[in-house]
Design a protein around this ligand. Structure first.
Ligand SMILES: [Fe+2]
Ligand SMILES: [Fe+2]
Length: 206
């Protein structure tokens, strides 16, 4: 299946599995991710597909999300996904909120035939962040938090997306995510806090 066919199938699945507001968010993440991919010399079509698919199963039953995610534990060569699931199993109290990342990666692989490990890793890690994020994973995380349909995203975020470095954007996106979760009274994944602290302390990566 070529990329255009995969995207068509993914859009159909998005319409079938997600509520309208989520579909709009995913399309916006895909646009933003594609823009950032071109800026930072990452494969734009991979960024687009990962953006469209990142929240694909978030509106599905939570038991089904866990069932999908745990399939990665039984498969060979699924380390970025299975490692994320294993660490989420340890964060039981709020893992239900972030398991949709690894679950979507497994769905994309098993149901849509997407095998690109970079796409699967980016989708898997978008809900928790982590030190193993590569440029594509960082782009999806940033696009998810800073895309223009987010209610808090304004001129400042739009300017940063056009001008700031990848590490600076990642730090801003983590900050927005931590601030939002804190304001809602939700727990924050340890991997997100650790990465935020590492980026904040490492001024050489601005
Ligand atoms: Fe998500
Ligand atoms: Fe999202």
């Amino acid at each position: 299946m070529d990329t255009a066919q995969t995207e068509r199938l993914l859009l159909e699945e998005l319409g079938r599995l997600c509520k309208p507001s989520r579909q709009a968010h995913c399309r916006s993440v895909a646009e933003t991710a594609e823009f950032l991919a071109r800026r930072f010399s990452v494969e734009p079509r991979a960024a687009r597909l990962a953006g469209l698919g990142h929240d694909l199963v978030k509106d599905q039953d939570i038991g089904y999300q866990w069932e999908l995610a745990r399939r990665s534990l039984a498969s060979e060569g699924m380390e970025p996904i299975s490692d994320a699931v294993a660490s989420m199993e340890r964060e039981k109290s709020f893992a239900d909120k972030i398991i949709h990342g690894p679950a979507a990666a497994v769905y994309l692989r098993d149901r849509l035939g997407i095998r690109d490990p970079g796409i699967l890793k980016a989708v898997s890690l978008h809900s928790s962040a982590g030190h193993s994020m590569d440029p594509l994973s960082s782009i999806i995380f940033i696009a998810d938090k800073m895309e223009p349909t987010r209610t808090y995203a304004g001129d400042r975020e739009a300017f940063a997306l056009r001008e700031d470095s990848l590490n600076s954007l990642l730090k801003q996106a983590l900050g927005l995510s931590i601030h939002w979760l804190n304001a809602k009274g939700y727990a924050i994944a340890q991997s997100s806090i650790d990465l935020y602290n590492a980026l904040t302390m490492d001024k050489t990566r601005e």
